[in-house]
Write a protein that binds this ligand. Structure first.
Ligand SMILES: Nc1nc2c(c(=O)[nH]1)N[C@H]1C(S)=C(S)[C@@H](COP(=O)(O)O)O[C@H]1N2
Ligand SMILES: [Mo]
Length: 328
């Protein structure tokens, strides 16, 4: 097994936790189980390792290792159990443990995403069409929540730009607005007045076209668990987590800058851009450092938060010349 030495920790290279490896390991396990050999040991360490990463609860969704610059961070991936049990998804409750407990009621099939507004080819996409619109890639991104914690997740999906190119934005399209599902019969959190529903987020068109902006369908080589935004969500690794809208049902191209749910609820605290920036504090707390989920020990130090969450080389030019204190 190839290992990397990084600040004293040994961990696997990203190539070793590919969905394909997970998929093949599970196939092998199932085959051995059928032969009555389960528990007698797997054929290879690699297979055993892959099994430990993804529990195989959900349908496999393999993706090829991404070639997009910056798409494969070398940080140790956060454990699947943590990624899927410590969630913000207010439609399913405001406690971190609520979504894993209550999102079982989310019905992800049938599912459509209406793509509309300032585009030449408006279309209601069925989930099956979206799943085959472009090749699936695995991308290992840092996710930094505005609350001061972070994770590292192996996502599966493709660049949002693939979809945007297909619908052909008009010259009037300057922004993209994302609307997520709001259904009281499936989402117990809608009864609480925590936010205005549906959950809405927005990007400038050039931000949305950046290859790092991911339309996500899976994680750890499987389809997204409901609590992580099944069946389709955004993943914007250089922005605070709340910009990465879950369970998207509508994508609208507009001339005017959209107002997101968090911006609407508390405009002095949450801006349209919400780029990760250790130099611009939240009015009620510092953004200079973060707690990496799964690393919490009595003596674990908080990590310094990086400009644009460490993706400055890929996205910095989008904000050249802008006063980032003003456009927070
Ligand atoms: N629809 C919807 N999307 C959402 C949220 C939400 O409450 N509703 N929470 C956001 C926040 S604050 C974060 S940090 C991320 C968390 O994603 P994860 O649970 O997959 O880590 O989802 C974002 N997307
Ligand atoms: Mo967040």
């Amino acid at each position: 097994m190839h290992v990397l030495k990084d600040r004293g920790f040994t961990h696997r290279t990203p190539s070793e936790i590919t969905p394909a490896a997970v998929y093949h390991a599970r196939r092998e396990w199932l085959a051995r189980a059928a032969l009555g050999l389960a528990g007698t040991g797997l054929a290879s360490f690699a297979a055993r390792d892959a099994l430990a990463q993804a529990p195989g609860k959900l349908a496999a969704l393999p993706g090829a290792r991404s070639a997009v610059p910056g798409a494969m961070v070398m940080d140790k991936a956060t454990a699947y159990a943590d990624v899927t049990s410590y969630n913000n998804f207010y439609e399913f409750g405001t406690d971190k443990s609520d979504p894993a407990r209550t999102a079982g009621s989310l019905k992800t099939r049938p599912w459509t995403v209406s793509v509309e507004g300032e585009i030449k080819k408006p279309k209601v996409y069925d989930l099956a069409e979206l799943l085959k619109l472009a090749p699936m890639e695995e991308r290992i991104y840092r996710l930094r929540c505005v609350e001061g914690w972070s994770m590292v997740v192996p996502w599966v999906g493709y660049s949002l730009a693939e979809l945007i190119r297909q619908v052909e934005p008009t010259g009037n399209a300057k922004f993209v607005q994302f609307t997520t599902l709001a259904d009281k019969t499936q989402m117990p959190g809608l009864r609480g007045g925590s936010l205005d529903w549906p959950y809405v987020e927005g990007l400038r068109l050039d931000e949305a076209m950046n290859p790092l902006a991911l339309l996500g369908f899976g994680l750890y080589g499987e389809v997204l668990p409901n609590q992580n935004g099944a069946p389709v969500r955004l993943v914007l690794p250089w922005k605070y987590g709340f910009k990465s809208a879950k369970s998207i049902v509508k994508i609208r191209f507009t001339e005017k800058q959209p107002v997101g749910s968090w911006e609407r609820s508390q405009p002095s605290e949450y801006g349209f851009y919400s780029n990760v920036n250790p130099q611009v504090d939240h009015p009620r707390w510092s953004q200079a450092s973060e707690r990496r989920i799964g690393e919490d020990g009595l003596f674990t130090k908080r990590r310094p938060t990086l400009m644009f969450n460490g993706y400055e080389a890929q996205v910095g030019q989008l904000y050249a010349g802008m006063d980032l204190k003003k456009f927070y």
